[in-house]
Design a protein around this ligand. Sequence first.
Ligand code: ADP
Length: 352
Amino acid sequence: MTQNHDFITNVIQALNHPFYVIDADTYVVRMANTAAYTGELPEGITCYALTHHQSAPCDRFGEICPVAEIKRGKQPLLVEHLHYNAEGHCEALEVHAFPIFDADGQVIGIIEYTLDITERKEAERLKDEFIAMVSHELRTPLHHIKGYATTLLQTDVVWDAATQWDFLSSINREADRLSDLIEKILDLSRLEAGLAPMEREWYQIADLVDGALMGRRGLLATRAIEVDLGPDLPALFVDGREIELVLSNLIENAAKYSAEDTPIKIGALREADQVILSVADQGIGIPKEHQGRIFERFYRVPRAGPQLPGTGLGLAICRRIVEAHGGRIWVASKPGSGSCFYASLPVDVPGP
Ligand code: ADP
């Protein structure tokens, strides 16, 4: 009997999920393993005091109380539950609870073990938020396209050639926006899901800059571009396609948010064990209070006039890529004077 008891106690202690045996009447914890509580379990402590630091069972605070539910239903139970740990942080838990019966079929105790699902919940929340944002953003250009096309197809009006041209140009512009949006959404979700593993190779920085400029040559045809690459730049062991995408997004923004007759400056210099890439413009700049938020998905600085075309995803993509390479991205900017975006990349990445 004792051997059996010791064996079961050892098994329970070996579990790396919190495990409790709770008295059904008093809510007192009779047993808890070390994943649930380290040290000597305080005599007479209740489950709500131990796990919630509360003075009464959860159902008094509007939550489902597994002990009360099991006493009522006499069935095993699985509930999602919020707990506040000793530091006051909220944890999402999956509580698995089972009844212990006496000889008369009365519930005298409850066995509970909990799984921490905080990360899963956060991932689900981010996914839902992303899907909601994406659907909203896709709908706007689609509505415009549908609106212009429906107007053109009206049979009771004859549109003159200039108006038709106007409407068709609008459809064309919105279709471009839609396709840019879809491409960026795919880039971002590919990066977030970690679907495409990084393909690191050795690249000269000058080649990465050239690649990004080539990709944007249509946009930059009439712009003055100044490239200033510092001396002694090492080769970088990076995913070249992705770093070109970062530079290309930053260059696209620099061109978009500055006047045609101002130059765009691209730089790179070595600082200790990092290379710092920079893309600077003399454009509209970014107010201080927005500088921390522009790297969030879909965040665009609100403007007094009409918004320039864009998706609010370019910088989120840049941040993902740079951070995946162990670097950092930030901006220095002054409204009315211009912005300079920086991306640092570590140099001492071990070779293949
Ligand atoms: P978007 O497609 O809107 O340009 P981004 O994620 O690339 O999306 O940029 C987010 C926001 O940051 C932009 O909407 C803009 O408000 C601001 N921004 C980005 N780059 C610049 C820049 N070079 N100058 C001024 N504002 C910028």
